[in-house]
Write a protein that binds this ligand. Sequence first.
Ligand code: SAM
Ligand code: DTB
Ligand code: SF4
Length: 334
Amino acid sequence: MSAPIRNNWTKEEIAGIYNRPLLELIYEAASIHRIYQDTAEVQVCTLLSIKTGGCPEDCAYCPQAARYSTGVNVQALMDKEEVLKYAQKAKTAGSTRFCMGAAWREVRNNRDFDRVLDMVKGVNELGMEVCCTMGMLTEEQAERLQEAGLYAYNHNVDTSSDYYSDIISTRTYNDRLRTLGNVRKAGISVCSGGIIGLGETHEDRIGMLHTLCTLPAHPESVPINALVRVKGTPLQDNAKVDVWDMVRMIATARIIMPKTMVRLSAGRAEMSIAEQALCFMAGANSIFAGDKLLTTPNPSFAEDNAMFQLLGLKPRQAFKEEKELVKEVDYTTT
Ligand code: SAM
Ligand code: DTB
Ligand code: SF4
């Protein structure tokens, strides 16, 4: 079995995969997962909201948008020392990637940006893969982050280009893609995915995956988030995401982007271990760990350690290079 890396998938091909009978889809994703990845390993990332709430954007899912009354307390940019304490704690608990989130529309060339550059240096010195998610970036800002030691940048496309304006009106899909281009150009690892449960159709989900897998290079990480329904946001009454929908998204992402780290992201707090195990089986190999995402709850390190023990999973080392060679796998029994 082989799985060439392709950037020319058509929406029809992706729909053909996405709509397969579920168990067939999981089996194929699990088989492809074994070609490029060590299936015993799961990347463990920890998030920290370094600047919380008060965001001028109108993302309909987000508890941090200033225009919605969600009860999130606005907090100015944290101090470097405090951030480094959190990073060290995450490292001690087994995390290898530390992602700092700021509720900004875009990065500004100001004192706060210089302070973030300093935090990036500090986390890098701890030997962790340092990631940021802070909104739109210019080419020059991406270069400065890279020079400070930034390993990855998270910037989600969130949904399909067609559905985007139903969810966010304060920026465009092209703005998102422009930032991803700036990140790539600066030599920073690209982390981009999206959310399901926003009210999108299956076609939109396929459209989102199509955007990601037809970028000039696949993102190194693709987070798949289930909407966390936060009271006060316009999407507070949306239906809970069905776990089978998460499995279908993860499996399809795994098949069309075989080398990518597919992250089972927001939504784990509402999933059982059996449900999460299905997602790992379907090719998820990364999680956010620690009892908080940015502002909402997530399973604790202790709960995740117990799950890893049970499922025979181990945390992936930091800075691990992707395997260069395709491993041939023989599924025939003799
Ligand atoms: N402000 C920056 C931005 O929008 O890129 C960075 C932080 S923002 C909170 C990062 C990502 O978190 C969003 O793009 C979205 O995919 C995800 N997110 C935010 N609220 C969420 C929710 N309620 N449920 C699931 N994912 C969510
Ligand atoms: C991503 O794709 N999901 C994370 C991270 N990247 C930044 C954020 C999830 C946020 C969930 C809502 C909250 O905790 O505020
Ligand atoms: Fe602001 Fe990011 Fe939340 Fe949108 S997702 S409101 S840009 S913090």
